[in-house]
Design a protein around this ligand. Structure first.
Ligand code: ADP
Ligand code: MG
Length: 397
């Protein structure tokens, strides 16, 4: 990966410029995209994301005090905080809240962490829905772990980073992003059961790319509509429990249960629940399809997921629909759908290697001509989760 090598070289140079010596270690943690399983996480259901070949890199060294110094290449800003004083949120350098939150959560779990100098650089687009935030958290956690020499399983790191984002940064995200950033595997998707956190790598079809297309539509409405969907799902569970006493979440409702009892629900709640029930089923079918090497069936399931998110869950928007429509016109696109919470953000498409070139110009062009917005397109491949990169600190002579 020549690009990674040159990024590392620049990172080391920057670190040396800022702190006057080279770093002790370099950590990378990837962003992610969810292939299928949307709005299932908070229903205790299934998701199928991939870690992508875009990541956040952190270079770091121990210091002899309790101060954490930070420099972000992306923001060209410094920030810092003390580990022996209460760590507060920074309202000016908001980007520093991610490692702050991680440090707070490590301290809460009684991990002894000492001061560090850090430089962070990332090529996950910020705020596009590819989870640069989770990548930054996971890279920070792995860095603290390596430099302070404590033990922590990947699953626990993911949970800790989620807690940092939920409780410290104040963003209500599920476990998927941090989980796949820790546990992703090259050329595989990660099947995750959001209730038990059981997980399994599933081979991605060969000869395809994962193309993410950012509609660049600001995700307005998303918080209030998201909360509304969550409460509608809870309402569905509380009504269905009369007939299915053992259910705890929509994840426990099978398609056949739903066929028998769905009519008990008010119309809107019914459509919401139907999406979740069938989407969980689609994730399971997707895992089967990928295991069997059938990218055609997998693509069809992705298409159905989009239709369901648009018509039943009603979280799509014109821009997402136009992008999906434009993508599906390209021969060699197996499936295309919105990904993420909706009301803007990105689509994800599975595209044959040979057809990537047929996607890259026509799709953005058609999207722009129909919406007036210039989109951003990222061709991705499934990558490994977070890791400490091979790097040897030059010896001081
Ligand atoms: P997403 O996770 O979809 O990219 P978020 O708004 O959740 O969007 O997270 C983006 C934020 O994460 C950025 O605004 C910044 O505060 C932080 N962040 C991510 N990468 C970096 C980086 N390389 N340097 C500094 N901050 C970063
Ligand atoms: Mg985020």
């Amino acid at each position: 990966m020549p690009q990674l090598e040159s990024r590392i070289a620049e990172l080391v140079e920057k670190f040396t410029e800022v702190y006057g010596s080279s770093p002790e270690l370099i950590v990378r943690a990837p962003g992610r995209v969810n292939l299928i399983g949307e709005h299932t996480d908070y229903n205790d259901g299934y998701v199928l994301p991939v870690a992508i070949d875009r990541d956040v890199l952190v270079a770091a060294s121990r210091t002899s005090d309790m101060h954490v110094s930070l420099y972000s290449v992306n923001f060209d800003r410094v920030a810092g905080f003390d580990l022996d004083r209460p760590i507060r949120r920074d309202s000016v350098n908001k980007w520093s809240n991610y490692p702050r939150g991680v440090a707070v959560m490590l301290q809460k779990r009684r991990k002894r962490i000492l001061g560090v100098n850090m430089v962070v650089e990332g090529n996950v687009p910020l705020g596009s829905g590819l989870s640069s935030s989770a990548a930054f958290e996971v890279a920070s956690a792995l860095m603290f772990k390596a430099l302070n020499g404590f033990e922590m399983e990947d699953t626990e790191i993911a949970l800790l980073c989620q807690a940092a984002e939920n409780e410290f940064v104040g963003v209500n995200c599920g476990i998927m992003d941090q989980f796949v950033s820790c546990l992703g595997k090259k050329d595989h998707a990660l099947f995750v059961d959001c209730r038990t956190l059981d997980h399994e790598s599933v081979p991605m079809a060969s000869g395809v790319k994962v193309i993410v297309a950012d509609t660049m539509k600001k995700r307005g409405l998303v918080d209030s509509e998201y909360n509304l969907r969550r409460s509608q799902c809870e309402e569905a569970v509380s009504i269905l429990r009369t007939y299915l006493p053992n259910i705890k979440a929509l994840r426990d409702v099978t398609v056949s249960d739903f066929k028998s009892h769905g009519h008990r629900l008010p119309p809107t709640v019914r459509r919401r629940a139907e999406h979740v029930v069938r989407e969980n089923e689609r994730v399971l079918e997707s895992v089967e399809a990928l295991r069997a090497g059938s990218v055609v069936i997998f693509g069809r399931l992705m298409d159905q997921s989009h239709e369901s998110l648009r018509d039943s869950y009603e979280v799509s928007c014109r821009e997402l629909d136009v992008m999906v429509d434009a993508a599906r016109r390209v021969p060699g696109v197996f499936g295309s759908r919105m990904t993420g919470a909706g009301f803007g953000g990105c689509t994800v498409s599975i595209v044959a290697d040979d057809s990537v070139k047929d996607f890259l110009e026509p799709v953005p062009e058609e999207y722009k001509s129909r919406t007036g917005i210039e989109p951003a397109v990222y061709v991705c491949t499934p990558e490994n989760g977070a890791e400490i990169l091979p790097y040897t600190e030059p010896s001081v002579s």
